[in-house]
Design a protein around this ligand. Sequence first.
Ligand SMILES: Nc1nc2c(ncn2[C@@H]2O[C@H](COP(=O)(O)OP(=O)(O)OP(=O)(O)O)[C@@H](O)[C@H]2O)c(=O)[nH]1
Length: 325
Amino acid sequence: MFDRIFDGSLMPHGHCLLWRGDLLFLHLAGDISTVLAYALIPVGIFYFIHKRKDIEFSWLALLFACFIAFCGASHLIGILNIWHGYYFIEGVIKLLTGIISIVTAIFLWRLMPSFIRIPSIEMLQERNAQLEAVRSELEEVNKTLEEKVKQRTLELERQANTDTVTGIASRYAIIERLQQCYSSFERYRRPFSILMVDIDHFKQVNDTHGHQVGDDVLHELAQCIFNNIRGSDTVGRYGGEEFLVLLPESNAAKSLELAERIRSEIEQLHMVNDIHVTASVGVSTITEGISCDVLISQADKALYAAKKLGRNGVIAYHEDLPNLT
Ligand SMILES: Nc1nc2c(ncn2[C@@H]2O[C@H](COP(=O)(O)OP(=O)(O)OP(=O)(O)O)[C@@H](O)[C@H]2O)c(=O)[nH]1
C-alpha cells in the first residue's frame, strides 16, 4: 500500500520536462513563489482572526485559509513531481483541495447577501456625515431650548419677585431681603430697621371709586415710597394695602425721620380721581436677641398704635408702647 502511495517511478527519472532549462525555470519559479505565497496567506489570516476576535464569519476565513493552504500543497507536490512522479499523493491533495474549495465556495455564496449588505467605507462615511449633521442640529436645538429655559426662568423669577399691581418687590422678595439683612446683622452686627406702612381707610377708596382705581392708588403710593428711599433700601408689598420698607444700616432715629417724610409725601399726593390718602407707619429697629418675626410684630404693634392714635402718624416701637386694643 505504502509502495503505491510513495511510488515515484510513474515517470522515468529524467524524462520530466526533458530537463529543459527554460521549462524547469518557469515551472520551478512559478511553483516556488506560489507555495511561498500560499503558505504566508493562511498564516496572515490566522493571525488576523487571532487579533480580531470580534470579526463575524471568522470560521469562513479559516475555511478560506485551509483552501489556500491545500492549493499551496498542490503546487509543492508539483515541484517534487518534476523529479519523481508522486501522482497518487498529488491526486489525494488535489481531491482534498477540490472538496475544501467546493465547501468554501458553497458557504461563500450562501453568505453573499450578508456580505453585500456590509456597508462600504463610503457608505459609512456618508452615514457618519448624516449623523454628524443630526448631532449639530440637535446641539443647535438644545442651545435654543436652554436659552428659552433661561429666559423663562428669569421671567418667572421676575414675576415671583415683583408685585403685579404696584411694580415693587413682592411679599416673597421683601421677606427674602429681610432674611438677608437679618443674616448680615447676626454675622457682622449690621443694624437695620423696617417700616410698616398701611394706607388709612383704604376700604373707602375701593368702595367709593372701585377696585381698579384702588389698584391705581396702591401703585401710586408704592411708587411714592420707592421715590423716597435710597437705592440700598427696599420696599415691598407685604399685604393688601400694607407695605414693608427695609432700611439697611439705618438706626431708629434715622428710620423715624424717613418714616415721617414718607408719611408726609403720601399725605401730599394728588392721585387719580383727585383722591387723597394718608398712611400710618410703624417703625422697628433690630436689636440683639430678637428674630425677624419679632421684628415684624414690633413694627405691626407700632403701626397698630399709630392707627389707634388717630392714623396719619408715625410710631416707633419701644418697650413701653401701650398695649392698645
Ligand atoms: N384695590 C385693591 N384693594 C385691595 C387690594 N388688597 C386689599 N385691598 C383692599 O384693602 C382694603 C383694606 O381694608 P381694611 O383692612 O378694612 O383697612 P382700611 O380700610 O385701610 O382701614 P385701616 O387700615 O384701619 O385704616 C379692603 O377693602 C381690601 O379689599 C388690592 O390688591 N387692590
